[in-house]
Design a protein. Structure first.
Lengths: 118, 526
């Protein structure tokens, strides 16, 4: 019963062992010469300007959530479009219902002023 | 094109899902009406959203009535069409209606009259209806999440109040954790049987050799459900969440959420896992015992009535689990009947508590109930009936419900459960009657705050609850018959009820290899 999964088991062992060996090898073999530039958080990036515990406007989250909702809507569109002909009218109305529910959500968010940046 | 006949078939599905559709549409309408009335304005919502949501629930109940005449939905349907679902829907819609009626006064007092409250309440009810009616584990999970996410928000609805926010956060974190257990259990069961459909899973399990994967899946599923129905030892979140949540929401959580999860648990266990009772029956037995014993003992020392009622509702989950452990038509009928009564008395009791507690829910201490019987006879009378019913006194519905559960436990040859049910109910008398004593036999001090004047909707809801409890207690016949005859799709297989097993030809040989619950229980007791 567990036969078909044996391969996955060995693959996971090989994967973990591989990563462990590489980390260990680089740890043992590499020279260790720290400099100020190497020790900075982003070696070739910008220097940090302040603490990370800053407060963001809550509007960022609303915009991000709306983005995700409609992003996922498009993701649902693709498989639906591929088998649209097989689904027939049923598929059409299903999608109409789906979009209608999302449209209600959009109308709600719009009217609440979630799309305006103040 | 096959489209035309396709759609004709779909119309049947639409009819079978009418209550859920009606309620979803009314939730969306409430949301839109509210937002177009208020826009960005932060003030209270108009009264139209309240009545729209009440009408939505009533329409859904009317749609539910039409389900009765529809035939069975066929074994492959994702949502069942049986008496079990119809009754479950009525219980859920009843809890929602009462939750709405009792919420009006509360929201006004606390300045929380926001249309989203009603929309969330309706959406949570849709989730509950899907949860208790679905026949596929994936759909059950969707219903569970739809219900839970709405109720998390409702719990934290009074966000100005740190207790409400804390309750919401706790409930959310633990609920998300429980959902992970649940979905992992679904994955393992799918791995073991190759299907997530309850009826097909049952036929696979009864023919094949269930192995470790099935046991693990069933166990994880039980943990997930255990959290949702607040069974001991998965109940730790419940008292805090119940105490912190806005009180009408607490009543709704304690009744609706518990009812839906309990009925879904019943369906999953007895439909899909009915043939592998050896894997879960002992666990359910112990869950029922622990959930009856522990919260009843803890409730004895609670001085806050809201928290005491929270523990009491955990204890009632234990009584309901007796019905689940009994199984068969008898256990099914007992659980359904008890849920009807339990919903009425729990929602009602929490509602009276918020009236007495006053603005901000500050005065829910036992001492605040002193002399209530003489200051507010109607309010105290209603609370008295709710408490007596929760305790299980005749002539209330709580008494008949417990009797029915006892009969189910004895009928399935589990007298141990029946004995523990009786003993724990006796212990519970103390903390229920203590409140009654305070209300009638102790004088109120001069500075005790006067409870609010209740609105019309509240009084109507309270009368509904009291009348329902008394009717269920005095003339339980019709409700018992309805609950007892509620069919459960796919549950014809191993019934614990001896009479059914012996009348069905060939059922005896069929039932033999499976672990008999009595033996499972006996093994658990050793």
């Amino acid at each position: 019963m567990t036969r078909p999964y044996l391969g996955i088991f060995f693959l996971s062992i090989v994967g973990v062992a591989n990563a462990a060996v590489m980390m260990l090898a680089s740890h043992l073999a590499s020279p260790f010469r720290p400099t100020v530039a190497k020790g900075s958080p982003y070696e070739s990036g910008m220097l940090p300007l302040g603490g990370t515990r800053e407060r963001f406007s809550v509007q960022y989250y609303i915009v991000a959530m709306l983005f995700i909702v409609f992003d996922i809507e498009t993701i649902f569109f693709f498989p639906w479009a591929v088998i649209y002909r097989e689904l027939g009218l049923f598929g059409f109305w299903e999608m109409v219902v789906f979009i209608a529910v999302l449209a209600v959500g959009l109308a709600y968010a719009w009217k609440k002023g979630a799309l305006e940046w103040t | 094109m096959s489209g035309a006949s396709d759609v004709a078939g779909q119309v049947g599905y639409l009819r079978a899902l009418l209550p859920e559709i009606v309620l979803t549409v009314s939730a969306l309408v409430v949301l839109l009406v509210d937002v177009f009335q208020r826009g960005e304005h932060r003030g209270p919502s108009g009264s139209s959203v309240r009545w729209l949501s009440v009408i939505g629930v009533l329409l859904a109940a009317a749609a539910n009535v039409t389900l009765i005449s529809l035939g069975p939905a066929g074994p492959d349907a994702l949502v069942a069409l049986d008496g079990f679902r119809v009754l479950a829907n009525f219980i859920i819609l009843g809890a929602t209606l009462l939750g709405l009626l009792f919420a009006f006064d509360y929201l006004k007092r606390e300045g929380l009259e926001i249309g989203e409250f009603y929309a969330l309440l309706l959406l949570a009810s849709v989730g509950m209806m899907i949860l208790s009616g679905a026949q596929d584990l994936v759909l059950i999970f969707l219903g569970l999440e739809m219900m839970s996410i709405s109720v998390y928000v409702l719990t934290a609805f009074n966000r100005e109040d740190p207790r409400s926010a804390e309750a919401g956060l706790k409930y959310f974190l633990i609920g998300a954790f429980a959902s992970a257990f649940f979905i992992y259990g679904v994955a393992l069961l799918y791995g073991a049987t190759g299907t997530t459909h309850l009826v097909r899973m049952a036929s696979v399990l009864s023919h094949g050799h269930p192995g470790l994967l099935t046991a693990g899946g069933a166990g994880l599923l039980l943990i997930g459900f255990g959290f949702k129905v607040s069974a001991v030892p998965f109940h730790a979140w419940a008292p805090d969440a119940y105490q912190g949540a806005p009180t009408p929401v607490t009543g709704y959580m304690a009744s609706g959420v518990k009812a839906a999860a309990m009925l879904a648990l019943f369906r999953v266990l007895w439909v899909s896992l009915g043939s592998v009772q050896g894997y879960w029956h002992g666990t359910i037995w112990w869950l029922a015992v622990l959930t009856m014993v522990v919260p009843n003992l803890v409730a004895l020392v609670q001085d806050d009535v809201k928290r005491m009622l929270a523990y009491s509702s955990v204890a009632h989950a234990g009584y309901l689990l007796v019905g689940v452990a009994a199984g068969g038509p008898l256990g099914r009928g007992a659980a359904l009947f008890y849920l009807v009564v339990y919903t009425l008395m729990t929602v009602g009791a929490f509602a009276v508590v918020y009236v007495v507690a006053g603005k901000g829910d500050r005065h829910s201490h036992l001492a605040d109930f002193r002399g209530l019987g003489w200051r507010r006879p109607w309010l105290a009378g209603a609370l008295g009936i709710f408490l007596l019913s929760l305790a299980g006194f005749p002539p209330t519905g709580g008494f008949v419900g417990k009797l029915y559960l006892l009969r189910a436990a004895v009928g399935s040859h589990q007298p141990g459960l029946a004995v523990i049910l009786v003993l724990t109910s006796l212990v519970a008398y103390y903390y229920y009657l203590r409140v009654v004593w305070k209300m009638y036999f102790e004088d109120a001090p001069a500075d005790v705050p006067e409870p609010d004047v209740t609105g019309r909707a509240f009084r109507f809801g309270a009368v509904l609850c009291v009348a329902g409890i008394l009717v269920a207690g005095l003339v339980p016949g019709p409700a018992v018959d309805a609950a007892g005859s509620a069919g459960l799709t796919g549950a014809s297989a191993p019934s614990v009820d001896e009479s059914v097993a012996s009348t069905a030809p060939g059922a005896r040989q069929d039932a033999k290899p499976r672990t008999h619950p009595r033996r499972a229980a006996a093994r658990a007791q050793e």
